[in-house]
Ligand binder design. Sequence first.
Ligand SMILES: O=C(O)Cc1cc(O)ccc1O
Ligand SMILES: [Fe+2]
Length: 445
Amino acid sequence: MSGMGSEQARRTAEGLAYLSGFGNEHSSEAHPGALPHGRNSPQRAPLGLYAEQLSGTAFTEPRRNNRRSWLYRIRPSAAHPPFTRIDGGALRGAPFTETVPDPNRLRWDPLPQPPEGTDFLAGLWTLGGNGDATQRTGMAVHLYAANASMSRVFSDADGELLIVPESGGLLLRTEFGLLRAEPGQVVLIPRGVRFRVELLDATARGYVCENYGQHFVLPDLGPIGANGLANPRDFLAPTAAYEETEGPVEVVNKFCGNLWSATYDHSPLDVVAWHGNLVPYVYDLRTFNVLGSISYDHPDPSIFTVLTSPSDTPGLAGVDFVVFAPRWLVGEDTFRPPYFHRNVMSEYMGLIEGAYDAKTGGKGGFVPGGGSLHNMMSAHGPDRETFDKASAAELTPRKVDDGLAFMFETRWPVTLTAQAAGADHLQQGYDGVWQGLERHWVSRG
Ligand SMILES: O=C(O)Cc1cc(O)ccc1O
Ligand SMILES: [Fe+2]
């Protein structure tokens, strides 16, 4: 059952209703009268429901950072049997200690097709990460490849999940309601929120950033002004929708790196109404308001930040989520693609579609579903082919609209899992893309 919610909802072509605005106090009820007014926890919650708070920040964190929601549900979450540990498959968590951090530039082809019957959770494959889930610092890079809908329900106590589909649409049934995401859209699921992923196509593939640190927020805009980059109103939260399923439902909880499972006698997606500011979102990357140079030089890619997870040092993110969306390049006397550089931050890049303007695509190149890692201080930038072309290009205004790439950029190096370091789909000879960058300097000695 689902409802429009108690505030103005946006209905999509697929019939889903969403509430608009990042960080807003939203409220939604799937049945009129399910949401109490005037208090969060009346002596008896309406319609025989149980009131329950979900805290995403400590009770005492400053109001501007505080995130919590109140859920009105058929059964309280506390009504469940013990969890027992299950095998995590290819899913790993921080701290990452299986390999020594690698200073080399690395690139992977897409994940191979998984065996029949692989759901989103079983299809998660960890590339690496940093920090420590028990300390709530750092991040992990996962990829997924699935060919079956989940019948179980999942939640991640370790961090929030930013899901970046690359192929195949997803329908996420969450405690807060339904979210639909096609490639080009991303989903943000708060820590601990339960959800089930159903596939809208036969197969699904994509990327996940698991953020152990502070909540992702929109970056400050400084001199850019009050608008631009990702606009808050384009983040869409679900409206309340619930399941009344009685009978066995497997619920899997990721806790401090391990998976734990319990069989409930009901679906935990039984929230009839909710209100608060701790909610999942879907965001369409094509709504990103791309800003850039209209004079000269290539601006740093921080101008493409969609979401940032701040750390204890102002301006130094635990992880930034950055998108390279279609845009015009007009810079005069400018080398227009990304420059050669070494960065104190570590950069994991993925490709959702098409090509990326610093790299050659095609077989053995940077391809959709693949990824690259340029760890802290590793030297990288345009490959030779890109450099040669861009150095000679006629600098008329040009639209870069043949791809959608993204970056998870983190303040700590990314340590690989053993499976990522030894993967068959790890490309051999990636360094070769920077070979043949000839010496043009003529000795003046
Ligand atoms: O390495 C990359 O391709 C990411 C990147 C893009 C850019 O425009 C400038 C710097 C940078 O690290
Ligand atoms: Fe870079």
